[in-house]
Write a protein that binds this ligand. Structure first.
Ligand code: COI
Length: 356
């Protein structure tokens, strides 16, 4: 592993005050991690440098063909001052699965982990401590070849930036309203739906705008072939509790394999709550909501953590869930995951990684 060069800022920025409510993703810390890649040379010159704008050729391939990968995870400060990351190895694994799908070179584990830990350590005073806040970490790769032909780039940049954040949704832990999309689709099996890459999010914008105009926070996608089976919310994976069973769509190639999704499933299993990963149709959801069998619905994601869903809308039918209150299982998963993240609850081995 090459030594990471460190160049500290000479002009530290003013940090947000303790009472700043912190919206999601608007403030960035003093430093960033950066490393370049060139075919035949590999990843070179890893460095932590002052947060800065990039100078890229307008023909850089990322701008034209979207060859890019991103990840999301969070750092927390425990009451005893320890800085904790939640399951960062899962982000590294997924980053390289996305990279493989997008013909981006693999990032070695020690480079990913050392870059991550060292930049968080340098900017650890930026980790907010108010309830519901954390330091959001965004690792990402861009293709940098100045070239307009379509092929994988020969050069890349991998960067990690940090942002102190509050709740992803304005409503915080209050139930959100979700629009089940029946016009557009996000991804199809064989496409790039299971990769964490910009194109999936670009594909979601038109329906997100439509949903927002109707007063809905997010869009729930149906599968791209039958337009019938539940997939994910884009910024979250989705779970339903129907007649005592927690159900989430199985990973099928077009759904993002969420780290929080995986954690929620593992916790339900540990608690003996029946949990199923399977195909679930929108008709089954409608029926469960109509008959009262739908007890809870929630989304999971790094940014959103665990977010209760109080209302689903499909075509002209509005389904109200759990009297618009957070359900008991949703609350338990939220409390446990945030407890582990903050070092208050002991989680399964390896879930909490200290930065030191
Ligand atoms: C995350 O939860 O970290 C994500 O990457 C979702 C993003 C759209 C905010």
């Amino acid at each position: 592993m090459q030594t990471i060069r460190i160049e500290k800022t000479l002009c530290p920025k003013e940090k947000p005050g303790k009472d700043n409510p912190l919206t999601f993703g608007t403030i960035f810390t003093d430093h960033m991690f950066e490393v370049d890649y060139e075919e035949g040379k590999g990843w070179y010159d890893p460095r932590i440098v002052p947060y800065h704008s990039l100078a890229l050729d307008p023909s850089a391939m990322v701008f034209h063909y979207g060859q890019t990968m991103f990840e999301g995870l969070k750092a927390y400060k425990a009451e005893d001052g320890r800085v904790l990351l939640f399951r960062p190895d899962k982000n590294w694994e997924r980053a390289n699965r996305s990279n493989a799908r997008l013909c981006i070179p693999e990032i070695p584990k020690d480079l990913f982990m050392e870059g991550l830990k060292q930049v968080v350590e340098i900017d650890k005073d930026w980790i907010p401590t108010k309830s519901g806040t954390s330091l959001y970490i965004r690792p990402f790769v861009i293709a940098t070849d100045p070239f307009l032909g379509v092929r994988p780039s020969h050069t890349y940049k991998f960067m990690i930036i940090l942002s102190p954040v509050g709740a992803y949704y304005e409503s915080g832990l209050n139930p959100v309203k979700i629009w089940i999309e029946d016009e557009y689709v996000r991804a199809v099996k064989g496409g790039i739906g299971e990769a964490k890459t910009g194109g999936n999010y670009a594909a979601s914008l038109a329906s997100q705008v439509k949903a927002h105009e109707e007063g809905y926070a997010q869009v729930l996608w149906l599968d791209g072939i039958h337009r019938k089976y539940i997939e994910e919310v884009g910024a979250m994976n989705i779970f339903f509790k129907i007649n005592g069973v927690v159900i989430t769509p199985q990973l099928n190639g077009s759904i993002l394999p969420g780290v929080t999704r995986d954690s929620a499933i593992a916790l339900c299993k540990e608690w003996g709550i029946p949990v199923e990963e399977r195909r679930i149709s929108v008709d089954e959801i409608l029926e469960a909501a109509r008959t009262g069998a739908m007890e809870e619905c929630f989304g999971t994601g790094t940014a959103a953590v665990v977010s209760p869903v109080g209302e689903l809308r499909y075509e002209n039918e509005i389904m109200s869930i759990g009297n618009n209150q957070i359900g008991a299982v949703t609350q338990k998963i939220y409390d446990t995951i945030t407890g582990i993240q903050l070092g208050k609850v002991e989680g399964p081995k390896g879930w909490s990684v200290e930065v030191k």
